[in-house]
Design a protein around this ligand. Structure first.
Ligand code: FAD
Length: 394
């Protein structure tokens, strides 16, 4: 594998770097981005006008959704260019404003939506005016998602939806939801599910907040009572939703494995340790060194995936290996950060006393979710063992 950029890739990297240097509003440089994989609410920490300015700059280059074709507002970047783009954004701490809409709802609509659905939904995702949420998990269906029980029954030109979703990130701010519901209860469980693009303003939808242990409201319970969803909000064919959901989850997992941001966390911690703690215990020094090594391993895993995609191969086991490794590394990094700070690790507020603006304890509490969201570590282990290593089912 060739690790160095080709001349064209180097030129593109320089272009992205210059763009960020010139366009990223000062508010983002002054406030460091939160650490970790699942900081859903972090955009809320920045002034709205700075967010708008940054969004407009990204939109003007097609870089909100750099992978999308140009005709839909993307930049049509190759896999390697997207990787370079993501690397540079992470290195400079520039937030990507894709969200669930640009990250995985939009790409699924691009693949399976009608022309009318593309015209209706893609512009709102690009402009950031329409936030999306993902109504997949239910109290009895998380890892075993195909066991979902929310029902959608056809009634003339609408589907009537009843049921409940849980852990729905940003449902309280979302205009639209990608919803999985059972349309054929008699079919085998994977074959009776349909995929809807649901208007969150429809009557019969109730949203209840779930506050996480950081005290922040990021996800919710969502209840549906006789919600009448227009039939033209069905994505693809009825009862084929499971296969489209698998595509959505592939997009979601490939968004999660951001090895470069792990490297940035390790670098920031090491810089702080060098500057502030002369008497750092040897154990913490060793741990920091190990974490740095591990972020390099994660980076090589990402390179492997990107180089496979660039050759037209589909990384399946490799994507699960990377998701597993990066999310476990996220937690190890957070633990090392807490050990490094000692008692200062208790100070989470962004006041003058909190080292590293309080990012370490917030990261520590948030990192618990890294090995759950987007598929738990146990599920990734199962995929690696069976699909990757060919082991028989137990
Ligand atoms: C930060 C965060 C944001 C999220 N946002 C959303 C969202 O926006 N929309 C959405 O739909 N969902 C969302 N989720 C939910 C997430 O997809 C589920 O939590 C996840 O799929 C696990 O499901 P569960 O919580 O029901 O756990 P369960 O599936 O009940 O698992 C419980 C435990 O059993 C283990 N287990 C389960 N099955 C197996 C097996 N076959 N082999 C071995 N071990 C097993 C699991 O690994 C886990 O440790 C979010 C979760 C988090 C943490």
């Amino acid at each position: 594998m060739e690790f160095r950029d080709t001349p064209a890739q180097a030129a593109f990297r320089a272009e992205v770097r210059t763009f960020i240097e010139q366009e990223l509003p000062a508010a983002f440089r002054e406030r460091h981005p939160e650490w970790g994989l699942f900081n859903v609410g972090r955009e809320g920490r920045f002034p709205l006008d700075a967010l708008g300015q940054w969004r407009r700059a990204l939109v003007s280059r097609g870089w909100i959704v750099p992978a999308w074709p140009k005709q839909y507002g993307g930049a049509g970047l190759t896999v390697v260019e997207q990787f370079i783009f993501n690397e540079e954004m992470a290195v400079q701490g520039a937030p990507q404003l894709r969200g669930i809409g640009g990250g995985w709802a939009g790409p699924t609509i691009l693949l399976y939506g009608t022309d009318g659905q593309k015209r209706r939904f893609l512009p709102g995702i690009l402009s950031g005016e329409e936030i999306w949420c993902q109504g997949f998990s239910e109290p009895g269906a998380g890892s075993d998602l195909a066991a979902l029980q929310t029902r959608a029954v056809r009634d003339g030109d609408v589907y009537v939806v009843n049921g409940q979703k849980i852990w729905t990130s940003l449902a309280h701010r979302a205009r639209w939801m990608i919803l999985l519901a059972r349309t054929d209860p008699d079919a085998p469980k994977h074959k009776g599910i349909s995929y809807f693009l649901l208007d969150m303003k429809l009557p019969g939808i109730t949203i209840r907040p779930l506050v996480n242990m950081l005290g922040s409201h990021e996800f919710n319970e969502v209840f549906f009572e006789e919600v009448r969803v227009p039939a033209d909000c069905l994505l693809g064919e009825e009862n084929r939703g499971w296969y489209m959901a698998a595509t959505t989850l592939d997009f979601e997992r490939s968004n999660i494995a951001t090895s470069v941001s792990m490297r940035r966390i390790a670098d920031d911690m090491i810089d702080w340790a060098c500057a502030h703690r002369r008497g750092l215990p040897p154990l913490v020094r060793y741990e920091l060194a190990e974490r740095l090594l591990e972020t390099e391993v994660a980076r090589l895993m990402s390179y492997r995936i990107v180089s496979m995609q660039a050759r037209g191969l589909i990384p399946n086991r490799e994507a699960s290996v990377a998701k597993f490794y990066v999310s476990e590394l996220d937690q190890r990094l957070a633990r090392t950060g807490m050990q490094m700070l000692g008692l200062y690790g208790q100070v989470a507020l962004e006041d003058g006393y909190a080292p590293l603006e309080g990012r370490v304890p917030r990261h520590y509490m948030h990192a618990v979710s890294s090995t759950i969201g987007g598929g738990t570590s146990e599920i990734q282990r199962g995929i690696i063992a069976m699909r990757g290593l060919g082991m028989p089912r137990g």
